[in-house]
Ligand binder design. Structure first.
Ligand SMILES: Cc1cc2nc3c(=O)[nH]c(=O)nc-3n(C[C@H](O)[C@H](O)[C@H](O)COP(=O)(O)OP(=O)(O)OC[C@H]3O[C@@H](n4cnc5c(N)ncnc54)[C@H](O)[C@@H]3O)c2cc1C
Length: 728
């Protein structure tokens, strides 16, 4: 490959929207555009409106999609603010691939919708969007990859997406440049497409403006004004706009914008540099309809571009950027880094050897934002009503923008979207996952993971131990292997003495892993004897009131009857107006007017904000997050009753301690432990909620006793006295 004009850093005009190339003047030949009310602040006299119903920050593909869909749902008084020119953020540098092959079904669904939206946008607006239905080929270099593609294919077929597993020789038939010698198969998605992202961005903006959305360029949002927990205004560098709703679509600037609010909003994302190569047209130009090639084992993708190739990838050693949050307008001037791109270039040449002879035009570098779990951030932020976010696209912003914009618009309009976007809800995170160091380290792992094979039970390795149980170190010395949930370390199994620890860490397979028998033995112990599971990660709230306000609130929120005698436990769902689950919990009536609510670990932020949202503004009603105040132990198995009786000198038989009952008692040396005759696992047993300040001492003694007792009670498997099974 010869390098030609690649030292020129500015992106080729061909990728830029047409309006960038004609001195800011927009084409006038389209009827829809005549009604557009773009306001460019190059004329400084143009005043901003003082009032709007909803303000969107960010004129990239995401912000314009939200504006477009809200406008289509009949919203009026929408203002979209963009600090530079529309589409001049990350969208401008996007490679233009719309791929439906995504890890989550909801993501595939969003991409599928985007694909059809972008196809019809040209007809709807008269603006050329560069839409070409190329199809795509996801290549497999090994059987595990092929298996994962087969799984993906089955999932996509359920969504109605056409796709087929094909043989290497079929790949060669579909793409003239692909070297198939090391392939074992591929997934062919004939419906995938490529577009010109800035043109799609422009078409969405033009259409939204045609419906009355007011768009202001060169206008920076400084911060959001919040009164009594509600958005009331947006402060910009050109004045303030009163509004009821605000949508943060600021792309990689979304984190900083969240931090600059009067009430800080956590938008956990972080930028990494992202590269792709453009070649000059090949001697035999590549047909524009050639399928996009996605070679995840080689960490690269490639599409036809101007008769040549556009190829980028997700390297093993990404370069995080802008951790210190300085003005990121610098994205226009990012440096090429050929040394860094070299592994991807080599992978490209292995996949398409004939490119050796072609001439390179340019290496594009633009940062993209990544999130701690590789999923985008969507929805209303916890604690501020009317503040919505759609950001953190993990390099799939073009593919997601159409669908995500539609679902967010529905969410804002109706209170919920028409599809379940639960895994994308920003409320899966809290402040916990928003430290700059955590984000910097985590995204360095996330970016390569996008193309890595994800076998069952894989875990993130970075940003660990954000939260730990007081028993963490003790369990660690017992051979615990850890997984993480909502920042909390949870033991997933215990390595028996004498096992090869290294081999266990490397047991990454779709088939029977080498921890399988270990977990099997632990399950057997739970079934036949007694085990202890540390469930301290669970979310725990206390709801108290002076009168019956706490009961009335729970009666309204929960599906089950909470007006039960003191000491009783109720398993219940918190349902929304449509009968859907908002939270799955166990509620203990501690006294007439106080309740202990136990929820899944990763529901901490979501459940809190759901209760708060429905709580009357009554100073006598109080909700407290007491998750950190209790160590939670699950004593499980048919001998749990015997062990607890031995430790407490109290009979734990059903006659003395009926099922779904709670009382405070002493266990071992520790006093004041909330003992509950229920488990979260389906087996007979007890939950012990131990105040944190006694748990270490209590546990030190009590746990040893439990272990000793358990040992005696299940000495046919003496090394298996404890386990954790997966919890919600
Ligand atoms: C090299 C590269 C290749 C990619 N290729 C693909 C691909 O092929 N397919 C795909 O699906 N995705 C791809 N992506 C990802 C995709 O481009 C992005 O996810 C998407 O463009 C993000 O859109 P956005 O609207 O969220 O962000 P942006 O386009 O960055 O828009 C955010 C806007 O907000 C504005 N803004 C920020 N702060 C403020 C403020 N305070 N006041 C006013 N305005 C503000 C910014 O100026 C910016 O214009 C690629 C990304 C990169 C970097």
């Amino acid at each position: 490959m010869r390098s030609g004009a690649w030292t020129v850093r500015a992106l080729s005009p061909v990728l830029l929207p047409r309006w960038f190339c004609d001195s800011g003047a927009r084409p006038a030949h389209l009827s829809l555009q005549r009604s557009v009310r773009f306001v460019s602040t190059e004329s400084p006299s143009t005043a901003l409106p003082t009032h709007a119903r909803l303000v969107i920050c960010g004129g990239g593909i995401v912000g314009t999609s939200v504006a477009y869909h809200l406008a289509k749902l009949g919203w009026t008084e929408i203002v979209l603010l963009e600090q530079g020119r529309l589409g001049a953020g990350t969208t401008r540098f996007c490679a233009g691939i719309v791929s439906v092959a995504k890890p989550l079904s909801i993501e595939s669904k969003m991409a599928n919708y985007s694909n059809s939206l972008y196809e019809r946008l040209e007809e709807e607006t008269g603006i050329k969007t560069g839409f070409v239905r190329t199809g795509s080929l996801c290549l497999a270099q090994n059987q595990d990859r092929l298996l994962s593609l087969k799984r993906l294919g089955s999932r996509l077929k359920i969504l109605g997406v056409s796709c087929n597993i094909i043989k290497p020789k079929d790949v060669a038939g579909l793409h003239p440049l692909v070297n198939i010698h090391d392939l074992v198969g591929a997934l062919h998605l004939p419906g995938d497409s490529v577009v010109s992202p800035p043109d799609v961005n422009h078409a969405l903006a033009v259409s939204a403006a045609g419906y009355g959305v007011q768009i202001y360029e060169h206008t920076s949002v400084n911060h959001i004004v919040v009164r009594k927990g509600h958005v009331t205004a947006v402060e910009t560098d050109r004045g303030s706009i009163e509004c009821e709703y605000f949508v943060n679509c600021a792309g990689q600037w979304a984190y900083e914008l969240g931090q600059s609010s009067e009430v800080k909003v956590s938008v956990p994302l972080h930028g990494c540099e992202h590269f792709y190569l453009l070649t000059k047209p090949l001697s035999e130009p590549l047909h524009p309809e050639s399928p996009v090639v996605i070679d995840m084992d080689g960490r690269i993708y490639a599409r036809a571009w101007q008769g040549g190739i556009l190829s980028g990838g997700f390297e093993k050693n990404p370069k995080p950027i802008f951790t210190e949050g300085r003005n990121q307008l610098e994205i226009q001037n990012m440096q090429e880094d050929w040394d860094h791109f070299e592994p991807m270039l080599s992978a490209l040449l292995r996949r398409m050897p004939s490119l050796e002879a072609c001439e390179i035009q340019q290496l594009v570098n633009c940062p993209e934002s990544f999130t701690p779990d590789m999923r985008c951030l969507m929805g209303e932020t916890p604690g501020i009503y009317g503040y919505f976010v759609l950001a953190g696209m993990n390099s799939s912003g073009l593919s997601f923008a159409g669908g995500a914009g539609k679902y967010l618009a529905e969410w804002i309009t109706y209170g919920y979207p028409s599809a379940s976007v639960w895994p994308l809800d920003i409320k899966r995170f809290g402040n916990l996952q928003s430290s700059r160091t955590f984000l910097r380290h985590r995204v360095m792992e996330v970016m390569p993971l996008l193309y890595e094979l994800k076998v069952p039970r894989w875990d993130f390795q970075t940003g660990r131990q954000l939260r730990t149980s007081p028993l963490h170190d003790r369990l660690d010395t017992q051979g615990a292997r850890w997984m993480e949930k909502h920042g909390f370390e949870r033991a997933k199994y215990f390595v028996p003495p004498g096992k090869d620890l290294l081999a266990l860490d490397q047991s990454k397979t779709f088939y029977k892993p080498d921890w399988f028998d270990i977990v099997g033995a632990e399950v057997k112990c739970c079934k036949e004897a007694v085990c202890v599971i540390d469930m301290s990660s669970f979310t725990k709230f206390e709801l108290t009131s002076a009168g019956d306000q706490a009961l009335l609130l729970l009666q309204r929120l929960c599906a089950n009857d909470l007006d039960v005698p003191v000491g009783h436990i109720v398993h219940t769902g918190m349902l929304n107006e449509r009968g859907g689950y908002e939270n799955d919990c166990s509620v203990v009536r501690l006294s007439k007017n106080s309740f202990f609510i136990i929820s899944p670990t990763d529901q901490q932020v979501r459940c809190w904000s759901w209760i708060k949202k429905h709580m009357p503004n009554d100073p006598q009603l109080h909700l407290e997050d007491v998750s950190w105040k209790y160590t939670a132990l699950n004593l499980i198995g048919p001998r749990a009753m015997d062990v607890l009786s031995e430790l407490s000198y109290v009979s734990m038989s059903p006659e003395h301690f009926p099922s779904l009952f709670c009382k405070e008692m002493s266990v071992g040396y520790a006093n004041g432990i909330r003992v509950m005759s229920m488990t979260h696992t389906g087996e007979p047993g007890f939950m012990l909620y131990i105040p944190i300040e006694v748990s270490y001492i209590g546990f030190d003694v009590g746990f040893d006793l439990i272990l000793t007792c358990a040992y005696h009670h299940c000495n046919h498997i003496p090394d298996m006295t404890q386990k954790r099974i997966s919890c919600p």
